[in-house]
Design a protein around this ligand. Structure first.
Ligand SMILES: [Zn+2]
Length: 216
């Protein structure tokens, strides 16, 4: 029996295979991208290993500028805050320097980060950073409760509603950035909210008209 490949061996082998197979097939693209990038979209997705932005949008290197964090959160605008700098600086760069045309906030099914907003303090005791970070999704909890009551949906829809309403909440946070609001109002920037279903590969787009997620 062959010895089982360890995960680190798998990564090193993967690098070699990338160079030999994938890279050579898009070598010219990488040469064009050598000096600068000109992505059309800022994609804000979850760190979850199952959400792969280029794969689900069928895009190439150079097209998406990507922020990934726990539960695809967006901080509120605060020019001199020392919090949330990683997310805020990437947003600033994407919009003001790269002048992206679209911002996508993409949530997904079975999001562990979203579920954490329901955890007790006891359960969050070893996750102080997650606890603090997830404060950005705090308003979602009450919205979910209301939606379950209003739609008379079973409570089992809680996780799905949480991930979806979290996307809508984070879209609102984007509009607290004055330079985003300005471009959005001028029609120079689209803000999209997506919900990706892991087990089916389907993506739902949030309609601001119907306030529902509609299958793309
Ligand atoms: Zn997630």
């Amino acid at each position: 029996m062959e010895p089982k490949e360890t995960s680190s061996e798998r990564l090193f082998e993967g690098v070699k295979q990338f160079k030999e197979q994938n890279f050579s097939s898009i070598k010219e693209l990488f040469q064009d991208l050598e000096r600068e990038q000109n992505p059309h979209t800022l994609f804000i997705g979850c760190s979850d290993s199952r959400v792969v932005p280029n794969l689900i949008t069928h895009t190439l290197p150079g097209e998406l500028f990507i922020i990934r964090n726990v539960a695809n959160l967006v901080p509120y605008y605060c020019p001199d805050s020392e919090n949330y700098l990683a997310a805020a600086s990437a947003i600033e760069y994407a919009v003001n320097v790269l002048e992206v045309e679209n911002i996508i906030v993409c949530g997904h099914s079975n999001c562990g980060g979203c579920r954490a907003i329901y955890y007790s303090d006891e359960k969050l005791k070893d996750l102080p950073n997650v606890k603090k970070w997830m404060e950005l999704a705090a308003p979602v909890k009450a919205q979910v409760r209301e939606k379950i009551l209003k739609a008379r949906s079973a409570a089992c829809k809680r996780d799905e509603f949480t991930a979806q309403l979290n996307v809508v909440e984070q879209m609102k946070h984007l509009l607290t950035f004055p330079y985003i609001k300005e471009r959005y109002d001028a029609g120079k920037l689209n803000i999209l909210g997506w919900y990706y279903v892991i087990e089916t590969g389907e993506v739902y787009n949030y309609s601001t008209r119907t306030e529902e997620f509609e299958k793309i």
